[in-house]
Design a protein around this ligand. Structure first.
Ligand SMILES: Cc1ncc(COP(=O)(O)O)c(C=O)c1O
Length: 384
C-alpha cells in the first residue's frame, strides 16, 4: 500500500525551514508514479486526460505532459496554463456548464476538443468556425450515478450536460448546424470512488448509453469520455483503488462493445494529483476550552477547505514526533468557527510543532479561500 505521506519527516523539516510555513510541497516522484501506475494497467485505447482543476501547478502539469497525459480544462485560465506547455493540438479538452464566448474562441484557437454541455455550446461554436468541427456531447444520464455523492449530485436535476431524455430533441436541432458535428460522448458520474467494481459498473452503463445513441441516431463516436472520479485513500484504513481490476475491466468493456472502434478517455484529477501533495503548517498555540483541546494552526480553510465541504479530513501527522493518542481539534487562524481541519489523535503538541497533512495534492490550495482574512498565499514547492 502506498504511504499517505509522500515526503519523509527530514524533508518536511527542511522544506519548512527553507520556504517558511504554511506551505504546500509536491513530490515529483509520487506524481510520476501515480500517473505511470494508471497508464500501465489501462488498455492502449484509453487516453488519460488530467483534470487541471484538481491542481494547476505548472510543474505538475509539465510532469504529466512529459508522461504523455492529455488535459481536461474547464476555464480560460486552465486553458492558458495548458497552452504554456506547448503541446500539439488534440491533447486538450474543454468542459464546463457555463462557457463564455472568449473561452470558446480560446479553445478553438488552441485546437481543443470542446465538450458541449447543451445546444447553446453547439450553436455558439457553429458561428465561430468555418469548417467541420468535431465536438463531444456531455450527457447527464438517467441511470443511477454515484447517488448520495454531493459532488456528483445524483441523477436528479443537474447543471451539467444534456439530460439523457432530452438528447433526441437536441440531435434534431443539431442536424441543422453548418459545421459542428457530434463525434464523442462525455459522461461524468463518479467522485472519489475507490471501488473498482462500482467505477466499472458506471463506465459499462456509459458504453451502453453510447451504443443506444449510436444505434438510434447513427452517431459515430470517435471518443467516449468516462470522466474522472477515481478515488484515493484519505486514511490508513481506506483501501486504495484496485488498478489491476480497473484496467482489466476496461479491456473487457472494449471487447464487449466491438461496434465502438474509437478511444476511451478518463479524466482523473484527484487520483493523479492527490497523493503527491503535503501541506505543512506549524502549531501557533494550544488552547483548552470546556473539555476540548484545540491546536490552532497557521492555516486552515483558507488553504484546505475540503474537510469543511465533505466532512472528510486529510491525514495528518506531527513531524518528527511519532504516533500519539492525545485528541486534538485542529483549528485554523480565521475568525470563524467553520475554520476546522478536523479531529486527530496526535502526540502532545506545543507551539512551533510542525504538522504535515497528506493527500493534499488535489483540491488543496486552489480550492481554498485564500483571499479570506488576507493571509499571505502559501508557497507551493515542487520537490524534484
Ligand atoms: C468534467 C470533469 N472532469 C474531471 C473531473 C475530475 O474529477 P476527479 O478529481 O474526481 O477525478 C471533474 C471534477 O469536478 C470534472 O468536472
Amino acid at each position: 500500500m502506498k504511504p499517505l505521506f509522500p515526503l519523509e519527516d527530514a524533508t518536511c523539516r527542511h522544506l519548512a525551514e527553507a520556504h517558511g510555513t504554511p506551505c504546500f510541497a509536491y513530490s515529483a516522484a509520487a506524481a510520476a508514479e501515480q500517473f505511470s501506475s494508471l497508464r500501465k494497467v489501462m488498455p492502449p485505447r484509453m487516453r488519460l486526460a488530467y483534470a487541471v482543476k484538481a491542481n494547476p501547478h505548472r510543474d505538475l502539469l509539465a510532469c504529466f505532459a512529459a508522461l504523455g497525459a492529455s488535459f481536461d480544462c474547464a476555464s480560460i485560465g486552465e486553458l492558458e496554463r495548458v497552452e504554456a506547455l506547448g503541446l500539439p493540438p488534440g491533447r486538450t479538452f474543454f468542459a464546463g456548464p457555463g462557457k463564455r464566448e472568449a473561452e470558446l474562441k480560446k479553445a478553438l484557437a488552441m485546437g481543443v476538443r470542446v465538450q458541449a454541455e447543451g445546444f447553446e455550446d453547439l450553436a455558439r461554436l457553429d458561428v465561430l468556425v468555418d469548417r467541420e468541427t468535431a465536438v463531444n456531447l456531455r450527457v447527464h444520464p438517467a441511470f443511477d450515478i454515484d447517488e448520495g455523492n454531493r459532488i456528483i449530485g445524483g441523477s436528479g436535476p443537474s447543471a451539467f450536460g444534456v439530460d439523457e431524455e432530452a438528447v433526441p430533441a437536441l440531435l434534431q436541432k443539431a442536424a441543422n448546424l453548418r459545421h459542428v458535428r457530434i463525434r464523442g460522448l462525455h459522461v461524468f458520474a463518479a467522485s472519489n470512488q475507490r471501488d473498482a467494481a462500482k467505477l466499472l459498473a458506471i463506465h459499462g452503463a456509459v458504453l451502453s448509453l453510447a451504443q443506444r445513441l449510436h444505434e438510434a441516431h447513427g452517431l459515430a463516436f470517435e471518443q467516449i469520455d468516462l470522466g474522472g472520479g477515481l478515488g484515493i485513500p484519505y486514511a490508513s484504513e481506506q483501501a486504495p483503488l484496485d488498478l489491476a481490476t480497473l484496467g482489466r475491466g476496461h479491456a473487457e468493456l472494449l471487447a464487449r462493445h466491438p461496434w465502438f472502434t474509437g478511444e476511451l478517455i478518463l479524466e482523473p484529477g484527484r487520483f493523479l494529483a492527490g497523493p503527491c501533495g503535503m501541506y505543512l503548517a506549524r502549531v501557533v498555540r494550544i488552547k483548552e476550552s470546556r473539555g476540548t483541546r484545540f491546536a490552532i494552526l497557521e492555516g486552515g480553510i483558507n488553504h484546505l477547505i475540503r474537510p469543511l465541504l465533505t466532512g472528510e479530513p486529510f491525514p495528518v501527522k506531527a513531524v518528527g514526533k511519532g504516533e500519539g493518542s492525545v485528541q486534538y481539534t485542529l483549528a485554523g487562524p480565521l475568525c470563524t468557527s467553520l475554520d476546522r481541519l478536523g479531529e486527530a489523535r496526535l502526540p502532545e503538541l506545543a507551539a512551533g510543532d510542525l504538522l504535515a497533512f497528506g493527500s493534499t495534492g488535489a483540491y488543496g490550495l486552489n480550492e481554498g479561500m485564500t483571499h479570506f482574512l488576507s493571509h499571505p498565499v502559501p508557497p507551493e514547492v515542487w520537490v524534484g
